[in-house]
Design a protein around this ligand. Structure first.
Ligand SMILES: *Cc1c(COP(=O)(O)O)cnc(C)c1O
Length: 230
């Protein structure tokens, strides 16, 4: 079941890629399978069916899985990170999607230095300016990108967006489009260390539109594993 759903999501991503108008059709898309609240057996099944990237949103859950999972994969932290968990985040994750303040950047940089690592990170943007969501707002974005870029043990790799949960998913499109414009703009700028290559946006309900509008990382949970049990 997981393998079938996974292959359907992969096929949908390919179809969305071919529908692109403003964005190069060739630019590939990395699928992050979001395994939060799913067990190790489900993770193994997905990995054995071809998943190479997994996403978790809680440090404690990721730590337990990391210690038990007997498979090689890339780990993505997609959830909000608290500064006091920075050290564990740096230990377990290949890419942290959720840097949203200078304060957090400082903590992650310090943790990475202590572990002698250069941590790949994305800056999470709250483009719709939702009160309930984390992410930096437009007006603070450039300053935060500069701050992250200035840190020796961080490598800024791009941007991440969680779109609002609109009743009509098409309403996400202008936000995705604006994110892609910002992504292209910062990709063309001069940085000290940054290597801007990823635009992480799109979840189960909106990843097709995100891919059409230029996402090159999508984060899909329910579409692969079914509904989460809480
Ligand atoms: C849970 C989660 C996802 C996956 O959501 P689905 O709707 O299950 O695909 C993607 N991104 C983030 C940040 C999440 O927390």
């Amino acid at each position: 079941m997981i393998a079938e759903r996974l292959h359907e999501v992969e096929a949908e991503i390919e179809r969305a890629r071919l529908r692109r108008v403003r964005v190069a059709k060739e630019a590939e898309v990395c699928l992050v399978a979001v395994t939060k609240n799913h067990d190790i057996a489900a993770m193994r099944e997905a990995i054995d069916a071809g998943v190479g990237h997994i996403g978790e949103n809680r440090i404690q859950e990721a730590k337990e899985k990391f210690e038990r999972l007997d498979r090689q994969v890339k780990w993505h932290l997609i959830g909000h990170l608290q500064t006091n968990k920075a050290k564990q985040a740096v230990r377990y994750f290949d890419l942290i999607h959720s840097i949203d303040s200078g304060h957090l950047a400082v903590a992650v940089n310090k943790a990475a230095e202590a572990l002698d690592k250069v941590q790949d990170v994305l800056v999470q943007v709250n483009l719709a300016e939702e009160e309930s969501k984390s992410g930096i707002r437009r007006d603070g974005l450039m300053e935060l990108l500069r701050t992250v870029d200035s840190m020796e043990h961080l490598r800024l790799c791009g941007l991440m967006l969680i779109a609002p949960n609109y009743a009509d998913v098409e309403e996400c499109r202008p936000l995705f489009r604006e994110m892609y414009e910002i992504f292209c703009k910062i990709k063309g700028m001069e940085w000290q260390r940054a290597n801007i290559e990823y635009l992480s946006m799109g979840m189960t309900h909106d990843y097709r539109i995100a891919v059409e509008e230029g996402a090159n990382i999508v984060r899909v949970g329910t579409g692969i594993f079914g509904q989460r049990q809480y």
